[in-house]
Design a binder for this molecule. Structure first.
Ligand SMILES: [Ca+2]
Ligand SMILES: [Ca+2]
Ligand SMILES: [Ca+2]
Ligand SMILES: [Ca+2]
Length: 491
């Protein structure tokens, strides 16, 4: 089902296409037989299971988000019972105060998967096209990289997985990634040969995570990327599973979390974790969605504790497909132009795909990746955070303000959407110029030089750690000889 130039040039427009104006946004499906609850005590959880079991068969606790009172319940329906009846029973437990909240396990999906947008690979889409794509001069990445390359920052990519063997990544993918796909422990970006969502395409979102990681890496080449595979090969996951991935990212100390996905149901589980991320100084960056609508809104992009990102073309005009609304924070390039069935590479977003190749794609997911990379550059230039001026809970707003005031105004170009495409188009060159030069790789104490003082700190932290520890230069969860070699090579 995958389009390449070799087999389907004429399909190119259709393959990259996204929804047209006025399109009906389909409701998000529900994972059958699953619900999510917040039970503040073991007694409340036991009471919940007992109460639901009076009405419904096989109610049990399937999983817990570690160290949070958030549980996945599994259940069955007897003949003539409906999911809606189970939802009402959950609602009654919330009303009587047994549960803090409860919800069905709605499904999220990549922004592109929702609109059947696929990547295109083929002749001429290569490493050079990736390095020279329009976003590089538009965002001023060359001058930005003289100020910051993202060193010391860990960006979690919650997606379909990442092909860490792709040559563009060199040593920038943490081997400590995770998979929340049942019976598939690898975090690699691989398919299962199935049309999991029954839309006629097989494994159509394989490559999404690799592509997204490649764009983050293009903007922040020294940031370490933490792969968190939770979306299936067709780009979907239940909110509980996405919440697991988000909690895992928070617990590993990620500084930035890229979520190029969304769902139109406002999930309490994701809201709780977005709130926790904010309190811990972790910045969630999420895709506005590709339906060209204001409503329904995609979550978590519209959460006030997450950075929602819309897409623009190479001249800062609104992407025809991008969602828009007042809660959006930033705008970034996300459009690829196809002319007579052939991508005009000068106007395309180009990223890596599994097995070493490159592709053209478009969407708010891609804009989100450019924004995450920019957040990583800014975070790297402020290694002292949290501090007295910028405690953890202020980091999100501080970064948004910095990127806004040093960004490019887009309201004049898009008067119909003024205030609804985000506060500014990201300008990595602008925002990095306004901040101190970031420490380079190996400058563990960020004093501007890599020397014995950094080595001393590294030796004192020898052993198992979280991948976000500055001394763990390859973010593999252990400070050891490999990290010392990297430090010495940057001496
Ligand atoms: Ca499919
Ligand atoms: Ca599949
Ligand atoms: Ca130093
Ligand atoms: Ca290490």
């Amino acid at each position: 089902m995958r389009a390449t130039f070799f087999i389907s040039i004429v399909l190119a427009n259709a393959m990259l296409s996204t929804a047209r104006a006025g399109s009906v946004v389909p409701p998000d499906p529900i994972v059958a037989g699953q619900a999510i609850v917040n039970a503040s005590t073991p007694a409340a959880l036991a009471q919940t299971i007992a109460a639901l079991s009076v009405q419904f068969p096989a109610v049990s606790v399937a999983l817990q988000i570690p160290n949070r009172p958030i549980y996945l319940l599994s259940y069955e329906l007897a003949p003539k019972q409906t999911t809606h009846q189970f939802d009402l029973a959950l609602g009654a437990l919330v009303t009587q105060g047994t549960l803090t909240w409860a919800e069905l396990n709605y499904e999220g999906q990549t922004a592109e998967g929702k609109t059947d947008s696929l990547w295109l690979s083929g002749l001429g889409i290569n490493a050079n096209a990736y390095d020279s794509q329009y976003a590089v001069p538009l965002l001023g990445l060359k001058s930005a990289h003289r100020r910051s390359r993202g060193a010391g920052v860990v960006v979690s990519v919650i997606d379909t997985g990442i092909d860490a063997t792709h040559p563009v990544f060199e040593n920038s993918i943490s081997p400590l990634g995770a998979s929340f796909i049942a019976n598939s422990p690898s975090f690699s970006d691989i398919g299962d040969g199935l049309d999991n969502d029954g839309d006629g395409f097989f494994d159509e979102q394989v490559g999404h995570g690799t592509f997204i990681a490649g764009l983050i890496h293009l903007v922040a080449p020294d940031a370490m990327i933490l792969p968190v595979r939770v979306l299936d090969s067709d780009g979907r996951a239940g909110n509980f599973q996405v919440a697991q991935a988000l909690a895992w990212s928070i617990d590993r100390g990620a500084h930035v979390v890229n979520m190029s996905l969304g769902e139109t149901y406002h999930s309490n589980a994701l809201e709780d974790l977005a709130q926790e991320a904010l309190q811990r100084g972790i910045i969630i960056v999420a895709a506005a969605g590709n339906f060209d609508v204001e409503d329904p809104r995609e979550y978590p992009a519209n959460d006030s504790n997450a950075c929602g990102v819309t897409a623009l073309d190479s001249t800062d005009y609104k992407a025809s497909f991008t969602n828009f609304e007042i809660d959006m924070d930033l705008a970034a390039p996300g459009v690829s132009r196809i002319i007579n069935g052939v991508p005009d590479l000068a106007q395309c977003v180009v990223g890596p795909i599994p097995s070493g190749g490159f592709a053209v794609w478009q969407g708010t997911s891609m804009a989100t990746a450019f924004a995450s990379g920019t957040v990583a550059l800014v975070r790297s230039q402020n290694p002292q955070w949290p501090d007295a001026q910028t405690p953890n809970a202020s980091i999100f707003n501080r970064v948004m303000d910095l990127i806004d005031v040093n960004g490019v105004s887009i309201d004049e170009l898009n008067p119909q959407f003024a205030g609804m495409l985000g506060r500014a188009r990201i300008s990595p060159s602008g925002v990095t110029a306004a901040l101190p030069i970031a420490p380079r790789v190996g400058d563990v104490n960020f004093d501007g030089v890599v020397n014995a003082a950094d080595l001393t700190i590294q030796l004192s932290q020898w052993g198992v750690c979280e991948p976000s520890l500055r001394s763990d230069l390859n973010a593999d969860g252990i400070v050891n000889a490999a990290d010392i070699v990297t430090l010495l090579s940057n001496w």
